[in-house]
Design a protein around this ligand. Sequence first.
Ligand code: NAP
Ligand code: MG
Length: 498
Amino acid sequence: MAAAVEISLPNGLKYSQPTGLFIGNEFVPATGEKFAVINPATNEEVITLPGASEADVDKAVAAARRAFEGEWSELAAVDRGSFLYKLSELIDRDRKLLASIDAFDNGKARHTYTDALEGDIDESYNVFKYYAGAADKITGRTIETSPAKLAYVLQEPLGVCGQIIPWNFPFMMLAWKVAPALACGNTVVLKPAEQTPLSALYFGKLVVEAGLPAGVVNIIPGIGSVSGKALAGHMDVDKIAFTGSTNTGRAIMKSAANNLKNITLECGGKSPSIVFEDADLDQAAKWCHSGIMYNQGQVCTSTSRIYVHEAVYDDFLKRFVEITKENARVGDPFSSETWQGPQVSQAQYDKILSYIEEGKSSGARLLHGGSKHGSKGLFIEPTVFADTTEDMKIIQEEIFGPVVAISKFSTEAEAIAKANDTSYGLAAALFTEKISKAHKVARKLQAGMVWINSSNDSHFGIPFGGYKSSGIGRELGQYALDAYTQSKAVHVNLGSRL
Ligand code: NAP
Ligand code: MG
């Protein structure tokens, strides 16, 4: 057995953190390279954890395969749903602890800790509940092909699903991936991000408590280029579901090609907001601000480019800077005063600061922020650039931090062309009080999700995913049931003619 570690969280909560790997309903030692878990608010190491080696990945996949072929496949769908419901209840019971673990490990502030109980963990609870109800409603169709023949379609699970998740919504990404996969009758091997392994390992305890058969859920923290790569290339894994950067998505697609795995990729974005001259500017500024600054700017759908009609450009900038100032309460994620916590890691912090320098040297007008915040921890000032141009790196590349690029446009066609002028296509927001314009422009935006007079909305019942280099496939809602099943057509001959 791998040893557990007692952790005291900054808000006084104490708990027993499992370590190692969760395989076959046990926490077992890992044999791969060690990695450090840091608290980004102090940039200090909390513990080091051993990561999964290739041999460990083999063990986890074998456990998932045994479970898939054993008891799990014999269960009625309604009983799979009951397990998911039980997990949702345990998540709800531990919501404060889970939210606190993610606040500690990731640096999540406001939306996940202070408002924690309405944030990521409640979403995760709802996701498990939603798929608990969905498990026994996965049906195929019956099609009569002639008076003497019919075919029926079975929606069957894919088998062993490898799931590789990022650090920006540690527990919620687990929920988005694990719940639909199990609802459909698959088993899973999940690799959490190196930066945020704690809540995923804790989830192993809930899996045991919920009484799931051994091997249905396996959790293998580790280094992406070792355990993630081994999982993506494993010949006995049937599907890979990934969320993270587009470059890693590409590498995973290549690794997954060996046995033609089913894949779902949810990758990066550089999502635009368009503010038309007839928008409610107070509302637009409010949504555009949270659209980029929420979660420290570490959101794949963050609206990091804002295009504002020239007639309201100066007015919008004034309001946007005011809201940024009001919410520039950067600091301790556990303080109720804090709006913005630290960035997740030194690497992300350095990368964001280098983009800020790049923005300054490329001639963008700095309206707010522009440097690190404080002397300890990985804090960065919310940074607002105006008068940006399409050739600038800060307009073209995903920064994944609290940095926004704002520029103006004159015509609707120009706004749409600029919004679509990127290799990404995850999301887009538009602000107007004209209903016909809103729907017309929504159709022209190359994005998997469009928000009208809002930003960053997602819901467990609504498909989530991107166009272009932002990904392949959709998560959540009924769409995830398609992503985690395959159809089998059974042809039935009722007559006697060939
Ligand atoms: P990343 O490298 O794409 O990491 C995402 C996940 O993939 C992690 O679990 C990672 O493991 C794993 N991974 C890394 N290399 C792999 C490989 N060769 N094969 C299989 N799995 C692999 O993202 P990151 O380095 O954490 O962040 C870099 C950038 O990604 C960010 O700046 C941001 O632009 C983007 N990002 C996007 C999202 C999103 O929601 N779309 C989320 C996070 C990051 P390790 O943790 O061990 O590396
Ligand atoms: Mg951490």
